[in-house]
Design a protein around this ligand. Structure first.
Ligand code: KIV
Length: 271
């Protein structure tokens, strides 16, 4: 038996079982081989190759510019690193909104060219047909409701969503629609905790929150925010586990000084 076959891989079914057993799901974003490998070794359940790569990897202001080819590049790097985690990949803006045939083609490219395990897309009833069509090809789909960054120009801000009754009701209906369409899980981003908890109770599939409180089935954070690589983003929901911005800056400063002072390399560091 190979070492690999001893690792209990996380599948969409395992996630649903975790919800039934009341075990919380830990998800983080990942975009490259080296960091994905560490997260997988640490025991993360789900790695999301998020279109937030557009922000944190490429420096764009929004998630809109990232392309399907770029998402596939990031996803295949992550897949090569992973033995245990489920790898979910965002369908980028413009790769699925046109029609369900386009959505299916994009999902197939991601699965075939990156080796990922599932795709995620943003939206409710308006993407139901696309979700159903992607599922016909056997590709698992994760939904995403609440704050949907690909629609930033429609809403104009990144403030908390679904505070008003009408929007909250629509979100609950959309969650049921996504469940009926066949999504295996849903991300709820930046909505009131009570509303997110209600959705998690009403639907059977796992609800993964980001800025959606503790009454859901799991949590996701953007890796660069959680590690403190990005020091300019301070939303209330973010817990920073490291301050890598300062650590990396200080290490780089010491390296620069060592080079300038002719202290690096020393005799043991040369051939
Ligand atoms: O792209 C992303 O990082 C996401 C998370 C915020 C859920 O969709």
């Amino acid at each position: 038996m190979s070492v690999h076959s001893e690792v209990k891989k996380i599948t969409t079914h395992v996630l649903q079982e975790m919800k039934r057993n009341g075990e919380k799901i830990a998800m983080l974003t990942a975009y490259d081989f080296s960091l994905a490998r560490i997260l997988d070794h640490a025991g993360i359940d789900v790695l999301l190759v998020g279109d937030s790569a557009s922000n944190v990897m490429a420096g764009h202001e929004t998630t809109l510019p990232i392309t399907l080819d770029q998402m596939i590049y990031h996803a295949s790097s992550v897949v090569r690193a992973v033995q245990r985690a489920l790898v979910v990949v965002d369908l980028p803006f413009g790769s699925y909104q046109g029609n369900s045939k386009e959505a299916l083609q994009s999902a197939i490219r991601i699965m075939k060219e990156s080796g990922a395990h599932a795709v995620k897309l943003e939206g409710g009833r308006e993407v139901k047909e696309s979700i159903e069509r992607i599922l016909t090809a056997g590709v698992p789909v994760m939904g995403h409701l609440g704050l949907t960054p690909q629609s930033i120009y429609k809403f104009g801000t990144y403030v908390v969503r679904a505070r008003e009754e009408e929007e909250a009701q629509r979100l609950v209906e959309d969650a049921h629609t996504l469940e009926q369409a066949g999504c295996f899980a849903i991300v709820l981003e930046k909505i009131p905790a009570t509303l997110a908890a209600r959705v998690a109770q009403e639907v059977k599939i796992p609800i993964i929150g980001i800025g959606a409180g503790n009454g859901v089935d799991g949590q996701v954070l953007v890796l660069h925010d959680m590690l403190g690589i990005n020091n300019e983003f301070h939303p209330r929901f973010l817990r920073r586990y490291l301050n890598l911005y300062d650590e990396i800056k200080s290490a780089t400063g010491r390296y620069i000084a060592d080079v300038k002072n002719r202290d690096f390399p020393n005799e043991k560091e040369q051939y």
